[in-house]
Ligand binder design. Structure first.
Ligand SMILES: [Zn+2]
Length: 284
């Protein structure tokens, strides 16, 4: 069948179907489609799945995933009632699609098949504001939400739900949330690593701190001791019972973590100080 040449909206002529080349057998169409949709978003376009049920002659089901700009221009919604003024997803007749195919009639195993004559887009791909596509995956508004909730110590999965509710057009995944969290944490600590940041905060909040290095030149910390000033006051009031205990293998440096605990006459415990040590020698 002869087809009319497509109008061009800045397509680069690259066959992008290779992005979806996989020999993987995927459990269920949903999972196959979700994977492909995520790859598409990270590459700068959006997939929609064909809604009609389709079955091949041998009874195996299949679905096409099509570029969302493939809708024909003249079946567009009435511009006055259109709710999404999103010019990026304006339909332009793009023909990019891939095929998801059930492997055997009796099983729910799916494979992805590339359609090489349908591998190019006739439009520019979305370039995310950061300049590298899909690395962040979050737009400004969503980032604000992540930042605020992160500051309020919200769990990533709750942040995810909030972003999805507030920005139904965003397509974040957990990786985006974690990456952004990590980025804000690094910004907050101004380039200090975890240990430097801990000591920085301790000094900023007037903790009594005592750090020793293995020698003067190497800057390798082998002991760090921290105590909150208010607690030292409490300790001077109730100095009678003090417990010490350390736990092992709970931090990434493999240092024992020592807690020093005091007991009040009302049988309540209070944490006096904690310390990281290289070993449990008397010197430490
Ligand atoms: Zn397209």
């Amino acid at each position: 069948m002869e087809e009319a040449p497509l109008p061009d909206y800045g397509g680069d002529g690259v066959d992008y179907s290779y992005l979806f080349a996989t020999n993987e057998i995927i459990d269920g169409f949903e999972n196959a489609a979700n994977w492909a949709k995520q790859v598409a978003i990270e590459s700068g376009f959006i997939f929609i799945s064909s809604s009609y049920k389709t079955t091949q002659k041998d009874g195996r089901k299949y679905h096409y995933l099509k570029c969302d700009r493939g809708r024909r221009e003249n079946n567009c919604r009435d511009p006055e009632t259109a709710k999404r003024p999103n010019t990026k997803s304006k339909a332009c007749g793009c023909r990019f699609m891939i095929k998801c195919e059930q492997q055997r009639v009796e099983e729910n195993n799916w494979v992805i098949e590339l359609l090489h004559d349908r591998g190019t887009h006739n439009h520019t791909l979305i370039v995310y504001p950061e300049g590298h596509r899909g690395v962040s995956g979050l737009r400004q508004g969503a980032k604000e939400v992540v930042r605020e909730m992160n500051d309020a110590q919200a769990k990533p999965k709750n942040i995810m739900v909030a972003v999805k509710n507030k920005f139904p057009d965003e397509h974040p995944n957990m990786r985006h949330i974690y990456n952004f969290k990590e980025k804000t944490r690094r910004e907050g600590s101004e380039g200090r690593n975890v240990v430097e940041q801990m000591l920085h905060l301790a000094r900023e909040h007037d903790y009594i701190n005592w750090v020793s290095c293995s020698d003067r030149t190497s800057k390798v910390i082998n002991r760090a001791f921290l105590a909150h000033p208010a607690i030292v006051e409490v300790l001077s009031t109730y100095p009678l019972v003090i417990g010490l205990d350390s736990t092992y293998k709970t931090n990434r440096y493999g240092f024992p973590f020592l807690e020093i605990v005091g007991v009040t006459p009302t049988n309540q415990n209070f944490l006096i100080a904690y310390a990281f040590m290289k070993d449990e020698t008397a010197a430490s």
